[in-house]
Design a protein around this ligand. Structure first.
Ligand SMILES: *Cc1c(COP(=O)(O)O)cnc(C)c1O
Length: 416
């Protein structure tokens, strides 16, 4: 079947919630993806950072196949020989007493919200149904009804009400605003250490440390959503570690299973996680043997292949190359490790046309927040591949500038 036919099928039969590039992927290996026409692409999205270990990592595929031949789902009504070892490994690796295994990122955020509220009522003594959680403008934590209730993006909320109350917004990076938002009923501050979907926004130095100190002083929990930035993506095991911060609750997803299978988790110490009792939360597939086996191997690969270190190294290389780009269309290059955002200027006509031009040259990127090109290749990427990527980006900027000079942009494009 042709690309057009696959696109038509998706457009015909699927609820229209995404705006994908019309590249139809057929197989993938390491940093490369191949479309149905045999064209090869360097994957610079890594499925929003889920495929950090590289596509179809042989060790992960092996773990998946082996476990699939043993047992895939026991349900939490019984125990499995995979979940205990997985939970111990994850807790020891990240230095927390306990974890809770779930499937999607949004589900884990929901669990963190419930846990923080329960802690607020039972430990802090907040009056029933009065708990407040502070969140940041421009956050992205998922798409459930409660999570969109604390999104500042009107598009995510419109016509999905009534929304869940109990959330308060502050500007990301603004320390004074955070102090002002605290009330006796505040139970937690929920934050992405770097805002991914909102355009790779790195907070000012000291912001997270300030937030941690404030949380201790005001007796509230610091919840770090590390779903996108955790597990090596930013060049540290957790992005919070750049600021020497130890969140009370860490939320993980995406790379936790290396892209083979949905696995998410929250981590906390016993005084917090210990508040959950049977019935307080649950999930049929959460912590299943198949996901646990894959996640264990995904963590092993991160360590054995020194992917956290490689992320720091290659991220630095990429950022340096991109910062050397001399183009009137480059506004800013920012990020940490292999989570790099290139923001284009207003005159550039949006990031999407750059992503489309990059796709033609064999680089798959996705624009985020309209004006930012996100570069987040699998953490197994090599220096040679980073250099090749940088060359393609340079070529695309040259090409688009030349195009626009020959033919000044129409209104349509400027608005898009
Ligand atoms: C992707 C993401 C989520 C949601 O994860 P899903 O698995 O899509 O539900 C939550 N928070 C952040 C920071 C994310 O990047």
């Amino acid at each position: 079947m042709s690309t057009e036919k696959y696109v038509e099928l998706e457009n015909t039969y699927i609820g229209n919630i995404y705006h994908p590039l019309d590249v139809v992927i057929e197989r993938a290996e390491g940093v490369w993806m191949y479309d149905v026409e045999g064209k090869r692409y360097l994957d610079c999205l890594s499925a929003y950072s889920a495929v950090s270990q590289g596509h179809c990592h042989p060790r992960l595929v092996n773990a998946l196949v082996q476990q699939a031949q043993h047992v895939t789902l026991s349900s939490r009504a019984f125990r499995s020989d995979q979940l205990g070892p997985f939970s111990q490994q994850l807790c020891q690796m990240l230095g927390y007493d306990m974890m809770l295994p779930l499937n999607s990122g949004a589900e884990a955020v929901e669990a963190a919200v419930k846990l923080a509220r329960k802690w607020g009522y039972e430990v802090k003594g907040v009056p029933d149904d009065q708990a407040e959680i502070i969140v940041c403008c421009g956050n992205f934590h998922g798409r459930t009804t409660t999570i969109i209730s604390f999104s500042s993006e009107p598009k995510y909320r419109k016509h999905f009400g009534p929304l869940t109350p109990g959330f308060k917004f502050v500007t990301f990076g603004d320390m004074d605003a955070l102090v002002d938002a605290v009330t006796p009923n505040t139970v937690a501050f929920l934050v992405e250490p770097i805002q991914g979907e909102n355009g790779i926004n790195v907070p000012p130095d000291g912001y997270l440390k300030f937030a941690e100190t404030l949380c201790r002083r005001e007796k509230m929990l610091l919840i770090a959503d590390e779903i996108q930035v955790g597990l090596g993506r930013t060049g540290k095991m957790l992005a919070s570690q750049h600021d020497n911060v130890r969140p009370d609750i860490v939320v993980l997803g995406k790379a936790l299973s290396g892209g083979l299978y949905p696995v998410s988790a929250i981590l906390a110490d016993r005084p917090v996680m210990g508040l959950f009792n049977p019935g307080d939360h649950g999930s049929t597939f959460g912590g299943n043997p198949l996901g646990s086996a894959v996640a264990r191997e995904a963590l092993n690969v991160l360590v054995d292949e020194k992917l956290v270190e490689n992320s720091a190294l290659q991220g630095k290389r990429l950022m340096e190359r991109l910062r050397r780009l001399e183009s009137p269309y480059v506004k800013e290059v920012r990020g940490r490790g292999l989570l790099v955002g290139l923001e284009v200027t207003h005159e550039a006509g949006g990031a999407r046309r750059f992503c489309e031009a990059l796709a033609e040259r064999g680089v798959l990127c996705k624009e985020t927040h309209g004006t930012v090109i996100r570069f987040a290749p699998p953490l197994v990427v090599t220096s040679e591949q980073i250099d090749w990527l940088a060359e393609q980006v340079e070529a695309v900027f040259t090409q688009i500038e030349a195009q626009d000079q020959a033919q000044p942009m129409g209104m349509e494009q400027a608005i898009a």
